[in-house]
Design a protein around this ligand. Structure first.
Ligand code: ADP
Ligand code: MG
Length: 725
């Protein structure tokens, strides 16, 4: 066995981590397990008096305000159910702007008069909480004297039990706001944006003759990519522990060039892990559906069935928690970082989204008759307009220090936001663009409302994986979100920009009708205007090519390469106007988000820079010096007995050691430079000074990895981490 002692031990431990046979026994049928730990509608129906149940359902399904009298009764039923499930505590779960999930646990039990204890859970405890959350980022929204944040029950996302061998917890999804009601979390704006989008979509549906359209909601289904590696390697790598990615590491001799991992057989150890994850997810009512290997070695994907975007977002956060937890039980680490290994494919989180309601179903599904097709095209056109008009904002919604390593890296979508429609749908819009001008029905020209669309395949084979925003038959797939991030930000953006586009469309159609123009013609007119004004965002070609960068620039599409370039979009006059107009964010809230995103960017790079410095100084340089000494000793002893000594290896090695020392000095200097007076300056310093300084350390360090004797190399290698599982 080669490798340093620490590495050898890490590799040996991998054998201990193989799953015991019991992991394979999935005794309960998935159907029985599903939703086992969820306070579902069915549970409520069984446990709540009929009028109370009806009232809760009206709140969930029609966004009716929650009656406070109802809360007490629901709380009591929820408590009884939770106690029966072995819960001892309850927690308000919220989603602060760190992107993580936060929980504050309280015991159900309070001392009773008789010296015993009684289980208490009143309506107001269910609906409102006051976590001591002063250390969550707030971007200046909370002065310290009012540092409190409040959590409020989100009735639309079901409560659930989180199991732990030492006691279970009832978890209640909540919003997290300041005393003045300003959003401090990801959920509040998601709920607001959903409402804004629904109002405008319903307006459009009414114009299409649906007198009483059901409440429109947006749906999201997120495909989560992740890496699995043995946990002992992580414990031997301070970079993985600190920042979730390797800050050093030479390319392995065999990478992913054979594509032999993609959709290959899932290794037994991983399959055992996936089965355990799925069972846990099922219990929590999370409909995990597909699983497969991804492109890179050690990389996998899990995709739950789509749900309402609010519930899907909560479930997505929970899914990440479950995947990490179960990985530890299996002696593995689940890495959600967008780029844990340089030179190896990164991980994304494709967000599939659609919108619809109970009466019309999926509004992005092409229909069977001209009327339905016209409606479908209008909603499609709304997406085209919104993505063109607010592409920069969409880019900003996925901006983070970690996702910067992935976007535009020729394996992930470019930073340019464009739409892929597929040949057929593009053709339809091309015809609309041409034909509408004269309103004449030339040969092959489509007049909406009169003709039927060609049948569009709901699952087109010509999927374009290089597009950041692709129509995939009955939904759009936004491929730029990073694997680590919450899907809330992208969904808030999508909902809000769609609200704007649908508002515009409804207003235009109404104006046409008022001017005496017929309905079909009014539709034709708005579709034509949208495709003429916003068609530049449609691109079906290769998004990875250099040509596209040039062409996109000519089309006037923004190319915001880094987080530093993208974040200012959040506070552009257009963005501020958009979000405040639709009641999603006030200007103050928007500025606070911008501030926090900048701060997170600077913090995250800061941690990496300090890790890089420490590892280079205390782990890598010493190993290189030891080997240098060995070579020098060898030369000296050969010379002593008059044997000709070859000094090439020593010289080669010494060049890189020198470069490493220079890199270390440079990084130290960059870290010491601390003249930033604002968050923006700090972020700029991180992106423009620290990142290049880190690269100047990594370059020579990775060279040294290929030169230093293997038994002296202290860090688990890419080869080991990616291929030994
Ligand atoms: P692929 O990898 O081919 O893109 P997957 O089957 O892995 O497809 O994932 C597709 C995702 O899209 C799933 O999460 C699925 O639930 C979701 N999805 C399917 N239809 C819709 C829809 N109408 N709206 C939103 N999401 C959808
Ligand atoms: Mg996909």
């Amino acid at each position: 066995m080669s490798g340093s002692k620490a590495r050898t031990q890490a590799i040996e431990r991998v054998t201990d981590h193989q799953p015991p046979a019991t992991f394979f026994s999935l005794t309960d049928a998935p159907g029985e397990v599903f939703g086992f730990n969820v306070f579902t509608k069915a549970v409520m129906q069984k446990r709540l008096p009929k009028p109370i149940f009806k009232s809760v359902i009206a709140t969930i399904e029609q966004s009716k305000p929650l009656d406070p009298a109802v809360a007490d009764i629901v709380a009591s039923a929820m408590k009884d159910w939770a106690l029966e499930k072995g819960a001892t505590h309850y927690a308000h779960v919220f989603y602060p702007l760190t992107g993580l999930t936060a929980e504050k646990h309280d015991s159900f039990f309070e001392p009773g008069d008789d010296g015993g204890s009684i289980a208490e859970f009143a309506g107001k405890t269910l609906t409102q909480g006051e976590p001591d959350a002063s250390s969550f980022p707030n971007g200046g929204l909370r002065a310290t004297f009012e540092a409190r944040g409040y959590t409020g029950w989100d009735v639309t996302s079901p409560a659930y039990i989180l199991e732990n061998p030492n006691g279970n917890t009832l978890c209640i999804p909540t919003v997290f706001v300041s005393m003045t009601g300003e959003a401090l979390d990801h959920k509040t704006p998601l709920l607001r944006s959903q409402q804004a989008m629904a109002a405008q979509a319903e307006r459009v549906l009414k114009l299409f003759g649906h007198a009483k359209p059901g409440a429109v909601v947006s749906f999201a289904g997120a495909e989560q990519e992740y890496f699995l590696i043995d946990r002992s390697f992580v414990l031997a790598r301070p970079d993985l522990l600190n920042s979730g990615r390797t800050l050093f590491g030479a390319k392995p001799p065999k990478g992913q060039e054979f594509d032999d991992h993609y959709f290959g057989a899932i290794p037994d150890r991983v399959l055992a892990y996936m089965l355990d994850c799925e069972r846990e997810l099922f219990k929590l009512g999370i409909p995990a559906k597909t699983r497969h290997n991804e492109v890179a070695p050690g990389q996998f994907e899990i995709a739950p069935m789509f749900e309402r975007s609010n519930v899907a977002t909560d479930h997505q956060q929970l899914l990440m928690v479950v995947l990490k937890k179960v990985a530890h039980l299996h002696g593995m680490e689940c890495l959600f970082h967008e780029k844990p290994f340089e030179g190896i494919n990164g991980s994304g989180k494709h967000v599939n989204f659609s919108l619809g309601n109970a009466t019309e179903g999926n509004l992005l599904l092409p229909g069977d008759n001209p009327h339905d097709n016209a409606q479908f095209l209008v909603f499609c056109a709304a997406v085209i307009r919104s993505v063109h008009k607010f592409g920069g904002l969409l880019r900003a919604s996925v901006a983070s220090a970690t996702n910067d390593h992935r976007l535009g890296a020729n394996e992930a979508p470019p930073a340019i936001i464009s739409i892929f429609l597929g040949d057929q749908l593009t053709d339809v819009f091309d015809q609309i663009a041409k034909g509408g001008a004269t309103m004449s029905k030339d040969k092959g020209t489509i007049i909406i409302g009169a003709d039927t669309l060609p049948v569009l395949p709901t699952d087109p084979g010509d999927r374009n994986r290089t597009s950041p925003f692709a129509f995939t038959g009955n939904r759009f797939e936004f491929r730029a979100p990073g694997s680590l991030q919450s899907i809330a930000g992208p969904m808030v953006t999508i909902n809000t920009i769609l609200a704007e586009a649908l508002d515009h469309i409804a207003t235009e159609i109404e104006a046409s009708l008022d001017a005496g123009i017929g309905f079909d013609e009014a539709i034709q007119k708005i579709l034509q205007a949208i495709i003429t004004d916003h068609g530049a965002v449609v691109f079906n070609g290769d998004g990875y090519s250099d040509d596209w960068q040039v062409e996109a620039a000519a089309r006037g599409l923004p190319n915001l390469r880094t987080t530093l370039d993208a974040l200012p979009e959040l506070v552009s006059p257009e963005a501020l106007e958009l979000f405040s107009h639709y009641g999603v964010f006030s200007d103050r809230e928007m500025h606070s988000r911008y501030e926090i995103a900048m701060e997170q960017y600077a913090l995250s790079i800061g941690v990496e820079a300090r890790s890089t410095l420490e590892m280079a100084t205390t782990v890598i340089l010493p190993a290189a010096i030891r080997y240098q000494t060995e070579l020098a000793t060898n030369i000296a002893s050969l010379k002593a007995i008059d044997v000709e000594a070859d000094t090439t290896d020593l010289e080669g090695l010494s060049v890189h050691i020198k470069a490493l020392r220079a890199g270390i000095a440079g990084l130290k200097g960059a870290l010491a430079h601390d003249s930033a007076t604002s968050t923006e300056e700090e972020a700029a310093h991180a992106g423009k000074e620290l990142l290049p300084a880190m690269a100047a350390v990594r370059g020579p360090a990775d060279e040294l990895e290929t030169l230093v004797a293997d038994d002296l190399w202290p860090l688990p290698t890419y080869q080991e981490m990616l291929f030994i599982l």
